[in-house]
Design a protein around this ligand. Structure first.
Ligand SMILES: O=C(O)CCC(=O)C(=O)O
Ligand SMILES: [Fe+2]
Length: 361
């Protein structure tokens, strides 16, 4: 197990949770964003309301084995991916109790004493299990109001022994959820491939044999939510991300460059397209740029399950989607290359996908 990191960033590390527990009334300067990057939140009787109320896609996966239902669902997925790059799913087959237990384990983990969590601290993005805060704090950039623990999760037997052993329920509860989400991603990937006109078993075993990284995020209540963010704007690197949230806070950038809040739908999971899907689809679908805001009244948790193809599998545009009318728009890349990029670049300023683009799709 990672016994912590002796670098100066570890010894001076104060998490957002620490600050919340200290009961501060204003946030330290290192969390304050320049005005142009602050969230546009509106306070109405202390409640944060969405910037732009819109009707966003909620797709019911019930009876997806039924051929005619499946056809309708695939059409809805195609529309949602074209229009937004994200959708929510209900009746997705994951029990409410599995979601609740995973969130409970997350809550208990983040409530552990600081010193105990710090044993898992690392800012090395290659570590299979790591606890930390803002992605870029090692480079002295602006912090995010977020603590996280990230760990590889598939296949579970390869990784679970590295996960936190405290709280005692953590491995079982998070493991059950991780396996259920992995199964859901297999179904969703088949349907997304089909929505692109590809064979549902496109890339075959590569889909279930890929990587799953769980990013468990804790955003404590924040005294000045208008000055900072829980997570800076970014797109996820993988094929899809499946996200569970305890309250609203996730926002995505729509085609007109407006930030739109993803509403909390009880029991639903959010599905977002990542960079590998944009590249694989040759730009037919776009990965979604998203961020998380924080709020004054209550801690928010999210569990993002980031799915991608195996570490060294190069993903390029599907040859079925490239022809004279639609020439190849992106170079191939692997998850390992993405990790190299984020350890050398500030991803709040440079987008990995831009380095792959040959031409505008
Ligand atoms: O907490 C959220 O809603 C977003 C989390 C996220 O974007 C991530 O973990 O990559
Ligand atoms: Fe993300």
């Amino acid at each position: 197990m990672d016994q912590g990191n002796s670098s100066s960033s570890a010894s001076s590390f104060t998490s957002a949770m620490n600050l919340d527990q200290q009961g501060i009334s204003s946030i330290p300067q290192r969390y304050v964003l320049p005005p142009s990057q602050r969230p546009n939140i509106i306070h109405e009787d202390e409640h944060v309301v969405p910037l732009l109320p819109t009707s966003l896609p909620i797709i019911d996966l019930a009876d997806f084995h039924d051929q005619s239902r499946r056809y309708q669902i695939i059409n809805q997925i195609r529309n949602a991916c074209n229009q937004f790059g994200f959708f929510q799913v209900i009746n997705h087959g994951i029990d409410q109790s599995a979601m609740d237990e995973a969130l409970e384990a997350a809550d208990e983990f983040f409530n552990l004493p600081h010193e105990e969590k710090m044993r898992l601290f690392s800012d090395d993005v290659h570590k299979p299990v790591r606890y930390g805060t803002s992605l870029n704090h090692a480079r002295d950039e602006i912090f995010c109001w977020r603590d996280f623990i990230k760990h590889y999760s598939h296949p579970l037997s390869d990784w679970i022994h590295l996960w936190p052993s405290n709280p005692p329920t953590y491995r079982k509860s998070m493991g059950n959820y991780a396996e259920a989400v992995q199964e859901l991603q297999n179904k969703l990937m088949e349907m997304i491939f089909e929505s692109l006109g590809l064979n549902p078993s496109y890339l075959g075993e590569e889909v279930n044999g890929g990587s799953q990284l769980l990013s468990i995020n804790c955003y404590p209540a924040c005294p000045e939510p208008g000055l900072t963010l829980g997570i800076h704007p970014h797109s996820d690197y993988g094929s899809i991300t499946i996200l569970l949230q305890t309250r609203s806070g996730l926002e995505f950038k729509d085609k007109s460059n407006n930030w739109v809040q993803v509403p909390l739908v009880e029991g639903a999971l959010v599905v977002q397209l990542g960079d590998q899907m944009e590249v694989l689809s040759n730009g037919v679908y776009k990965s979604v740029i998203h961020r998380a805001t924080v709020n004054v009244d209550e801690k928010r948790f999210s569990i993002a399950s980031l799915h991608s193809f195996a570490m060294d599998k190069k993903i390029g545009p599907a040859k079925e989607l490239v022809d004279d009318q639609s020439p190849k728009c992106y170079n191939e890349f692997s998850f390992r290359e993405f990790l190299r990029f984020i350890s050398n670049n500030d991803i709040t300023k440079e987008r990995f996908l831009d380095s792959l683009r040959i031409m505008k799709p």
